[in-house]
Design a protein around this ligand. Structure first.
Ligand code: MN
Length: 500
């Protein structure tokens, strides 16, 4: 039997953008749409045309881009919404009507009969204007199943190309979804889509249950973005469909990580490190037993090769480290260590790991350098740093650095003194290398106002990522040292031709 094919509708740009705190400008929406198209989604729900002028501009630009994917606008059962979508030149509309008595009574103040009429009338209006229509039942999992079937069936009879069942508040179980989808898909000729939310952490499981019960399309978002606890995550649903159910989609799995990173950057919603498939820890190993296992035979502690989804294996050096991991990492860097050297590195990492939680990449590299006798040359040296801040004063920092014998100066303002100092350093360093600050956090403060402050930063030069620490009794200096330590590590490794 030929493998079943399931359509993928990505709603990162509509439901995903309804994530609290997320707003994308038209440029960002277009970039994400291009990435989704390249990833292989069948439909891009680009937004709701009726929302705003900016939203229409974004949807228009996406429609004009000539992407392979079908471009879709969210609409309500209102002619004005359809007209706005038509104005944006979309291929299709996701026409959403609430079908539960709860929504009908309190929100729409309409009877079931009136709702059905509205749904059909607007569907016909959209179809007459050449749009593909996906008629979607909002709050379908709290709707009388018979009425749900009646509405969707009526739409299909009038010619809508697809219908959709929404678990709008994420309250269904996989068993309920299975039953409901079997009931609806058994009665309809057109594909039935599943739109599941993650309020109980079941969005992925429910989407899979829907597909198992005959759903022909899934609604998903990158990184599981979406209202409240989010929608079903594209990366989780697609990987599971392919790995466990043998179901084909158009998605190129090896691009998942890259698209996830892009969406994280534009939406500024951080992907949790322990997020399935696309989290930074999804293929990281720290404990000695595990790192030994994956080095000997990767499948011992990895469900799939990380490259399958465009990720890579990361060995984390902390207090659970084993000597095998140290040895293998040194070899990867082209160093043939003696047993004594490995043991010495092992002892030092354990000691550092015992004191705190995290051994940064820069610290790990510094230990290796010391033990195997390769000394890091400070590429950037701090000569002078001045920071002014206070009440009614814009925090300003000026900095003088030496880079390969040359003197470099720069100044910047910030929201606070730490921000101003880091901005000034970054401005100067960015002149010599494209180093970007990805993360900043204060790792530890011990004692009173004379305490030592430890700041950890994550930096990247586009080629690799390093974490680095700065420690000082002064939070501004600790921050600056962390950025300098990380930058020096990146520049030095690049000079030595050290890879990832
Ligand atoms: Mn939704």
């Amino acid at each position: 039997m030929a493998k079943r094919i399931v359509r993928v509708l990505d709603t990162t740009l509509r439901d995903g953008e309804q994530t609290p705190g997320v707003a994308l400008n038209p440029d960002e929406k277009l970039e994400i749409a291009k990435a989704l198209d390249d990833l292989g989604v069948d439909t891009i729900e680009a937004g709701a045309a009726v929302v705003s002028e900016g939203e229409r501009e974004a949807i228009k630009r996406i429609s004009k881009e000539g992407l392979k994917a079908e471009i879709c606008s969210y609409v309500r059962a209102l002619k004005g919404d359809i007209d706005a979508a038509l104005d944006c030149d979309v291929d299709s509309v996701h026409l959403v009507v609430p079908t539960s008595d709860l929504h009908l009574k309190y929100r729409l103040k309409k009877t079931r009969e009136q709702l059905k009429e509205m749904a059909i009338e607007t569907s016909l209006y959209a179809l007459d204007h050449g749009l593909v229509v996906e008629l979607s039942a909002e709050d379908a999992t709290r709707t009388d199943p018979e009425f749900l079937r009646e509405v969707l069936q009526a739409g299909a009879n009038e010619g809508v190309q697809r219908v959709c069942i929404c678990d709008t508040v994420g309250i269904a179980t996989p068993e309920q979804i299975g039953e409901l989808f079997s009931y609806i898909t058994g009665a309809l000729e057109v594909p039935v889509a599943a739109h599941c939310h993650n309020d109980f952490g079941l969005a992925t499981a429910n989407t899979l249950a829907a597909v198992k019960a005959g759903a022909g399309e899934v609604h998903v978002t990158i990184n599981g973005l979406g209202e409240r606890a989010g929608n079903a995550a594209l990366e989780e649903v697609i990987l599971a469909l392919s790995k466990f159910y043998g179901i084909k989609t158009g998605i190129k799995l090896e691009k998942l990580y890259q698209v996830s990173q892009l969406v994280e950057r534009y939406t500024e919603v951080p992907v949790p490190p322990n997020k399935a498939v696309v989290g930074t820890n999804a293929f990281s190993h720290e404990a000695g037993i595990h790192t030994h296992g994956v080095l000997v035979h990767p499948s011992t502690y990895e469900p799939i090769p990380p490259e399958t989804v465009g990720q890579r294996r990361r060995l984390v050096f902390g207090k659970h480290v084993g000597s095998h991991a140290i040895e293998s990492e040194l070899r990867r860097r082209g160093i043939e260590p003696t047993r004594e050297q490995v043991q010495e590195i092992f002892r030092r990492i354990k000691r550092l790991g015992d004191r705190g939680k995290l051994v940064t990449d820069a610290e790990w590299s510094a230990i290796v350098d010391e033990v195997v006798g390769e000394k890091l040359e400070e590429m950037i040296k701090l000569d002078e740093l001045t920071v002014t801040s206070g009440n009614k004063v814009t925090p300003t920092a000026s900095v003088r650095l030496k880079f390969e014998g040359k003197e470099l100066t720069g100044a910047a303002v910030g929201v606070g003194p730490v921000d101003a100092a880091i901005n000034a350093i970054r401005k100067v360093v960015e002149g010599v290398s494209s180093i970007k600050l990805q993360e900043y956090h204060v790792d530890a403060i011990s004692g009173g106002t004379d305490a030592m402050v430890s700041v950890v930063v994550r930096l990247t030069d586009g080629r690799r990522i390093v974490t680095a620490r700065g420690t000082s009794s002064d939070i501004i200096m600790a921050s600056v040292l962390a950025v300098l330590n990380g930058s020096n590590r990146l520049l030095w490794d690049k000079k030595l031709g050290r890879g990832q």
